[in-house]
Design a protein around this ligand. Structure first.
Ligand SMILES: [Zn+2]
Length: 157
């Protein structure tokens, strides 16, 4: 029972040139993303959210968001010290964090099955070349789902 379409904050963000760009490799260590965040992040709008708004949108406590800020979540800070997070940047960050997590866990010949929601040992793993990228394709031994995985061996110099 919450109405979200009623923001009382007047968004008078004067474009301060103090737009600190952080390098977007904020994926050090593993961050455990709640499932609801992974599901909802792609639906965020290309606009600036406050921590409270984003927390409401994703149904997570503001404290969690602050933790992520400290761990590299892209954000901007306006002249009054308020923190703003851009919806699509957030979604991209979620994807990067998730990717880093999955790849860390995967061994050779393994891939993540979206149906089983866990890494599995690929059956009949085959390397497929697509442009400059190598994909590993195979079949999940548990559910029979076809899986594609971006391979690390296809790094271009
Ligand atoms: Zn599976």
């Amino acid at each position: 029972m919450h109405d979200s379409g009623n923001s009382t904050t007047s968004k008078n963000t004067s474009c301060s040139a103090e737009n600190k760009r952080q390098r977007s490799d904020g994926t050090r260590g593993t961050i455990k993303l709640p499932h609801v965040v992974i599901v909802r992040a792609p639906g965020l709008l290309p606009m600036q959210y406050t921590l409270t708004e984003l927390g409401d949108e994703l149904e997570i406590p503001g404290r969690t968001l602050r933790e992520w800020l400290a761990r590299g979540l892209p954000h901007t800070r306006d002249a009054r010290g308020h923190i703003w997070i851009e919806g699509r940047q957030f979604a991209a960050w979620v994807r990067a964090v998730q990717q880093a997590r999955l790849e860390r866990k995967l061994g050779e010949g393994q891939a993540y099955c979206v149906k089983c929601r866990r890494p599995v040992e690929l059956r009949n793993p085959t390397s497929v070349r697509r442009g400059k990228q190598f994909l590993l394709s195979g079949i999940c031994p548990d559910c029979g789902n076809s899986i594609y995985r971006g391979s690390r061996h296809g790094q271009s110099k």
